[in-house]
Design a binder for this molecule. Sequence first.
Ligand SMILES: [Zn+2]
Length: 244
Amino acid sequence: MPHESRIEAGIEIIPLCDAVGPMGAAIRKPLPEMFRGASFPADAEWVLHFHCYLLLAAGRTILVDTGVGGADSPAASWAPVPGRLVAEMAAAGVKPADVDAVVITHLHSDHAGGCVAGGAPVFANARHLIQRAELDWVSRPMREQVVAPLGDRVEAVSGDVEPFPGVRLLHTPGHTPGHQCVAVGDLVLSGDVLHHPVQLDDPTITYVYDEDPAEAVRSRKAVLSRARVLATAHFAEPFTSLSS
Ligand SMILES: [Zn+2]
């Protein structure tokens, strides 16, 4: 059952559920540390959802994040591959070749793993917008297996930019140096600025895989103060309304 889309500032935002799975043993371990002081039992199961989003904006088709990828993805060591992104897009009537632009929130394997399949770009006609700081930082496996095959489809951006009318990219460093969110009106597609709903109540709760925890907290607070609605990557429900 597909999630319902919504329209903000004239732009349709369609959630795509790429994958769902329990956090694997390797990354489950840090849970008690992540939620120290929070009302989430350390032994509770944490089921991770992997959402991507399509934006239909004035005739343009923009994809935000590409999910975990296929069996050959760098995410295969820990995430529930293969992702079903392309099938989810088909259900929304969009083919990979229709995508004009891909925005990558950051170069972790569960967000960029679906850019490439069998060594070839999946969204062959799309520019791939990635922060310059992220490209300078990216891990070697992701550089070799994801960024390199994209070739000149990669378009580096720096800071806050508006590549399409009404679609703003916000540089939100901390989880990674070049992490970016996407703002459509006061809806923010928040990538990995948040990992779990407990961080809505206490944005100072950090995740052990935040590269710079203090900066991640600053970015999380900034996003929460500007957004009326979040479209998250990893919560169970794609959209979260924030009370003001
Ligand atoms: Zn993630």
